[in-house]
Design a protein. Structure first.
Length: 200
């Protein structure tokens, strides 16, 4: 089994809580509030966690909302990107989209932190970009694009009985099945529509 590299975590306050996974296969680690904060309705607050992290190059930490808070309390997370070279306190912007204030208590689970790999490719200036179907059309343009469809032509299949001497081969249409018991035997071969057209 290949083990994932450990995430380095440092407490910056004695009452801080280390990030923990809610279950063994959870994608993120829960983050905990360092202090009591009231987030007003339709407002936002910067909440500290009292921890700092060290993650590998080629990764970043994404701060994501907790589904329970998002659904029940209309709490979202703003910003949400921690670079690998940032080693200060992990803080997050909690946004209250609800119609009443939300009280955060010290030690509450307020968000989740997910470590993700990223592409560290550099930028290269070019004179032209490859031609694509969408090009510069965005912001819902694909909803207006004509829908592609495939026309299917219904054709009549035929069956054949093959012999070593091709002059003895016999062809039958699907309408002959009831009149020829031989067509129910295993030797019958069903040909595709294009081949049947060519033979007829």
């Amino acid at each position: 089994m290949q083990w994932a590299a450990a995430i380095q975590v440092m407490k910056m306050a004695t009452k801080a809580t280390l990030p923990l996974r809610g279950s063994r296969l959870s994608a993120g680690h829960d983050l905990y509030a360092l202090e009591d904060v009231l987030i007003p309705a339709q407002g936002q607050k910067l909440i500290g966690t009292g921890i700092a992290i060290g993650i590998q190059q080629g990764t970043y930490a994404r701060i994501a909302p907790r589904s329970g808070l998002a659904y029940k309390e209309s709490i979202g997370i703003g910003g949400g990107v921690i670079d690998a070279d940032y080693t200060g306190e992990v803080k997050l912007i909690m946004m209250n989209h609800g119609k009443k204030g939300y009280q955060v208590q010290e030690g509450d689970r307020i968000a989740q932190m997910i470590i993700k790999k990223i592409d560290m490719s550099g930028m290269m200036e070019v004179d032209n970009l490859p031609i694509t179907d969408q090009e510069n059309k965005g912001f819902g343009s694909t909803d207006l694009s004509p829908k592609r469809s495939i026309a299917v032509e219904q054709v009549q299949l035929i069956m054949c009985q093959l012999y070593a001497d091709s002059r003895e081969n016999r062809l039958f249409s699907e309408n002959d099945i009831g009149r020829n018991p031989w067509l129910l035997q295993e030797e019958v071969m069903v040909l595709s529509a294009m081949i049947s057209k060519a033979l007829l």
